[in-house]
Design a protein around this ligand. Structure first.
Ligand code: PEP
Ligand code: MG
Length: 668
């Protein structure tokens, strides 16, 4: 047993980065290593445990090392801590020691030039900041009579609607259909009957249209922003966005963003509305950092889709910065470095060049197959929400569609789309893929995605209730109509059908029988049928299910949620719902084994498929296909081309033996 007493020299103590370096180093040794600090003793191979010690600058830790290689470990640990665990140290001379009494530790030094926000969209931006300040819309309180005010309101709503529709159209063309859905949801807000009723009541009470609108809409937005559900909080930003737009029209002002300088800038704002974000001119705006907002905010989603480096939730401090302050914004780590040194700028430029080069190389090779160095081909396909996404997927080098989320066709409307309407969309998606395979997932609603025209009784636990295939099997007419539309579209390309949320073989057999019946009715050949593996029971029973399907596709978003019992949108817990948790990986491994034993292939269509850390592990577990968002296709393909299957397999086996997702993430 070896013991070391060490003082942590790092300015911010044993925080994330040095702690990670410490844990990584310790893991190289077989010996058990513990850290004692104050009254706590923790395993030094666990990052979370090391972080929970909260060791500050100049804090003293005792390291207890026990095992065959303890001598080598002690030497390496002592040296690594002394030299700052990979961080540059402040070399100010240490205070002179007087006699035996230790000098009081200096106060922890907070780096005044570093602001830590939430990483929202990868990439590095270097440049001066420009604060986007939104002027209050001056509201006209003059009441001209009930009829004129009502008519002013009506025409402002129509004008706002036209503007939002144009924005949705632009977003569909430049970003994608799913993202354009953000604006379609805004149109719903414009038409919300409760809001309109309240505004009309205000007008009836002799308020001008502008005053009534402002009161009602801003009050609603405020209430929504107070709730802890991140989805609802995002709706509050939409409500403000829509509210401001209508208000500006009523006040006869130009809505939208203040004029930006002509030179490249990094935007700092309290928050950015979705319309602000899609309207950003990428030739001038290098990135943005907001004081509020979270990674699920629409501005963050849009930034990722636009490839714009972004940090959110950086705190009000960023609003105090002076316009023109030079910064380095790292959207991958969430760090905003103020007044960077020449060295910092050079390092950021080098990193930026590396990222750009890698992206350009990946894009140039986007159409090529993804084959590992040792010759294993992995299909990389795309998750799409409609025809425009499908076109983008084809252009991005996707080898097909691994998941067509058909629910987008069914959402935001008063009644279900007709069979013909559905048929046309499915046919156009297949056509856009030029005969490459398209997996159409049948309607996956219920739970988090309720529909106005499908009556699902109030449920205490909607995620455990009538969701996905369960809801459709309970409403066979709805499913049958969709299956007819899909089978008719199958004539135009290669369609496969996939059922969501299958948790029991009886659901699969029933749904598959419906496909066979519809094919008979339409005198069409049977199509391939697969299921999503997103409920632990299905993963555990993969060997039993496999003989009845043509393929599996693992929905890691839901599989993680149901395995970890963490709501995937939970404001506090969702961070811990990591698909790289060994429990989820073990289920994926079991699914692959079950499928391969029956000669069937397995895809992954959850977010995990595009996670840089997950790609080698999934390939190493034997996954045959990755389905990711269209813009991610080139990078995922490029990553696969740099892998050796044998190494990936070893990594996957190690991951299965880890205790936590953090441990898995620190492998390799
Ligand atoms: C999943 O659950 O991983 C999945 C791809 O389906 P969705 O995200 O649409 O629920
Ligand atoms: Mg799912």
């Amino acid at each position: 047993m070896k013991q070391l007493e060490l003082t942590i020299p790092n300015a911010t103590g044993l925080h994330a980065r040095p702690a990670k370096a410490f844990v990584k180093l310790v893991k190289k040794f077989k010996s058990s290593v513990k850290i004692e600090h104050g009254s706590k003793v923790v395993n030094a191979k666990s990052m979370i445990s090391v972080l929970t010690l909260g060791v500050k600058h100049a804090g003293v830790i005792r390291v207890l090392i026990d095992g065959a290689d303890e001598q080598a470990a002690a030497v390496a640990i002592e040296e690594a801590v002394r030299t700052g665990l990979g961080e540059p140290l402040d070399h100010a001379p240490a205070p002179a020691q007087k006699g035996k009494s230790a000098a009081p530790p200096p106060p922890p030094r907070v780096n005044p030039n570093l602001i830590q926000g939430i990483a929202a969209s990868q990439g590095i931006a270097i440049g001066p900041i420009f604060k986007l300040e939104r002027g209050e819309v001056v509201v006209d309180g003059v009441f001209e009579g009930i009829a004129p005010e009502k008519s002013k309101l009506q025409s402002a709503l129509s004008e706002a609607r036209r503007a939002i529709e144009a924005l949705a159209q632009k977003t569909t063309e430049t970003v994608g259909e799913e993202e354009a859905g953000i604006f379609e949801a805004q149109i719903e807000l414009l038409e919300d009957p409760d809001i309109l009723e309240e505004v009309q009541a205000g007008i009836a009470n002799k308020q001008s249209a502008a005053v009534a609108w402002k009161q009602v809409v801003l009050a609603r937005a405020e209430t929504l922003s107070q709730v802890s559900d991140p989805l609802l909080a995002a709706r509050s930003a939409d409500m403000r966005d829509v509210g401001q737009r209508v208000l500006a029209i009523l006040a006869g002002q130009k809505s939208g963003m203040a004029a930006l300088p002509d030179t490249p800038i990094i935007i700092i704002a309290d928050d950015l509305s979705p319309s602000d974000t899609v309207s950003l001119d990428k030739s001038r705006v290098l990135g943005f950092c907001t004081a509020s907002g979270g990674p699920n905010a629409h501005s963050a989603i849009l930034a990722r889709a636009l490839g714009l480096p972004a940090i959110v939730g950086a705190g009000d401090g960023v609003l105090e910065l002076e316009n023109g302050t030079a910064v380095v914004l790292d959207g991958g780590s969430g760090e905003l470095t103020l007044r960077p040194s020449v060295e910092k700028i050079a390092a950021a430029q080098a990193e930026q060049a590396k990222l750009t080069q890698a992206l350009e190389a990946a894009q140039a090779a986007a159409a090529d197959a993804a084959i590992t160095i040792d010759g294993t081909r992995v299909e990389v396909v795309a998750n799409v929400g409609g025809v425009a996404d499908a076109e983008l997927a084809y252009e991005s080098g996707a080898e097909g569609v691994g998941l067509l989320r058909t629910e987008f066709l069914f959402m935001g409307r008063e009644e279900a789309p007709s069979e013909d309407e559905q048929f046309e969309v499915y046919r156009d998606v297949v056509t856009a893929l030029h005969l490459q395979p398209v997996i159409v997932r049948t309607l996956d609603v219920g739970g988090d995605k309720p529909l106005a025209y499908i009556d699902v009784p109030e449920e205490d636990n909607p995620f455990l209730g009538e969701r996905g295939i369960r809801l459709c099997l309970n409403r066979p007419e709805l499913l049958k109509e969709q299956l007819r539309a899909i089978i008719r579209a199958a004539k135009f390309g290669k369609i496969r059908i996939m059922f969501p949320m299958v948790s029991d073989i009886s659901e699969l057999l029933q749904a598959k029988q419906m496909v066979a019946d519809v094919c008979d009715e339409l005198s069409a050949p049977m199509v391939e049928v697969g299921i999503m593996i997103e409920v632990p029971s299905a993963a555990l029973m993969a060997d039993v299910l496999a003989p009845h399907v043509d393929f599996f596709s693992i929905g890691t978003n839901d599989l993680t949620q149901y395995t970890m019992a963490i709501d995937r949108m939970h404001p506090i817990m969702a961070k811990q719902a990591d698909g790289l948790h060994p429990a989820v990986l073990r289920l994926i491994s079991q699914t692959v084994k079950g499928a391969h034993a029956a000669g069937k292939w397995v895809g992954v269509c959850g977010e995990l498929g595009a996670d840089v850390k997950a790609v080698p592990i999934l390939i190493g577990l034997g996954v045959d296909e990755l389905s990711v968002s269209a813009p991610a296709v080139p990078a995922v393909k490029a990553q696969i081309r740099g892998l050796q299957l044998a190494d990936a397999e070893k990594l996957a086996q190690k991951a299965l033996q880890c205790a936590t997702a953090q441990e898995v993430r620190s492998l390799g």
